[in-house]
Design a protein around this ligand. Sequence first.
Ligand SMILES: Cc1cc2nc3c(=O)[nH]c(=O)nc-3n(C[C@H](O)[C@H](O)[C@H](O)COP(=O)(O)OP(=O)(O)OC[C@H]3O[C@@H](n4cnc5c(N)ncnc54)[C@H](O)[C@@H]3O)c2cc1C
Length: 476
Amino acid sequence: MGAAQGSCEAAWLTPSFSRWTLRGMFDVVVVGGGVVGCAVARRFTLQGARVLLLEKAADILSGASKGNSAILHTGFDAPADSLELACIQAGHAEYLAIREQLGLPLRASGAIVAAWSAEQAQALPRIVAAAHANGVADAREITSAEILHREPGLSPAVLGGVLVPGEALIDPWSAPLAYLLQALENGAEVRRQTELYSGTFSGIWNLQTSTGAVQAKTLINCAGLYGDVVEERLLGATHFTIRPRKGQFVVFDKAAAKHLGTILLPVPEAHTKGIVLTPTIFGNLLVGPTAEDQEDRARAATDEGSLRMLVARAEAMLPALRGMPVTAAYAGIRPATEEKHYRVRHEPAQNYIALGGIRSTGLTAALGLAAHAWALHNGTQSLIRAPIPAPIAFPIWPQAPRLAEHDTRDWQAPDHGEIICHCEMVTRREIEAALAGPLPARDAGGLKRRTRAGMGRCQGFYCHASLAALTAGRFA
Ligand SMILES: Cc1cc2nc3c(=O)[nH]c(=O)nc-3n(C[C@H](O)[C@H](O)[C@H](O)COP(=O)(O)OP(=O)(O)OC[C@H]3O[C@@H](n4cnc5c(N)ncnc54)[C@H](O)[C@@H]3O)c2cc1C
């Protein structure tokens, strides 16, 4: 904790709060270590708050943030004048501003919204007009000839499109990891395998968790797929209901990536953003996601029929994919709700903020949502209850793992030990780094997200034994 924070805590010390109480008291408890919670923990820590993040899983990014399309959106197709649009654009801008200091990658691929039918082609001028109204001034219609000039591998059946140059690709796991690492390096705490069970507010929050009691002045609910459950546990009722929406993906072999350089978006549908064909920052080609409503909040199973449909859609758009091997399939679950918009709730009388229902743009919007939560908190904080000290003047900037295909990787540097995962060229030094530091990987998924070990062509078949030896006794 910075010196400024300590002195400010002393400034609001009243006889009713002993120093003993203060040591166990946090300015802010963030519930949930998805991308939104990680960004919120960072923002409030940098503003000078004493922050604790609770995550019920063994490792962070175990919920909705585990599987997404990894696109940094511009908001060109977001609902006009919405909080979602504002957070997407603020989040996108902040990502660009901080990414080099955190060592985070960006592939400025741009996107094309492609029309494959006369009906879709008719929608293109409307998409451009909406993009311009949303402030995405460089979005423009392009002809099929221009599309095929940019992307010669695409099917000539494409009728035209909208070019959105600002859409980009990022690493969906290193980014939130870096946000939380920065919070930790600057004084925050994280408790994993710690589920919030209940809480009561009486001037401060008294919280019961699976690892003991916690006190906090402010509580921020970032529980994603369980946001409504957490709200009910804390307030006795919830203002939204999570309706989990699964999205399945197929990952093509790295050899496929040379056939497409731009994100290929469909003409948007009412229900979802539709099926995307996109390169990834890791050098793969990805097609998906589906949009399937389900009851289960945790089970992200794939099924053969959907995967075949995705492969067929991808091959129809990009014929060179025919016969191309598939490396992997996975599914993510969106924390959708009964309404389309973000379900943000602020209860100033209880120092409670919920960032709920962040269904399909949260990777981009997380930094913007964190700034929004800070503004909500800051606008209403009472001098008695929840003052936050001055921002940290010289924050520490930790470095995220560098895993982007177009960056220099660790295996290209000397003294990396040996290569453990040959498909993804992951070194022993990278594995050891992921198992050390302030937020070591706590399960196999966490290690994969920090290093990509086991995520390649053989899906861990060859490196499994080496990984088991390196991680023996390390996982929860
Ligand atoms: C298929 C798909 C594609 C997507 N594509 C994109 C994209 O290209 N670009 C983009 O910007 N966004 C995209 N998104 C959206 C983005 O992934 C989500 O908006 C984001 O991950 C939501 O994060 P979250 O932090 O709100 O929730 P989560 O990631 O679910 O995090 C919530 C965390 O809270 C924890 N938790 C729950 N209850 C408790 C409790 N009681 N105590 C302690 N911890 C608890 C959970 O374990 C979980 O880790 C996509 C999403 C999906 C599913």
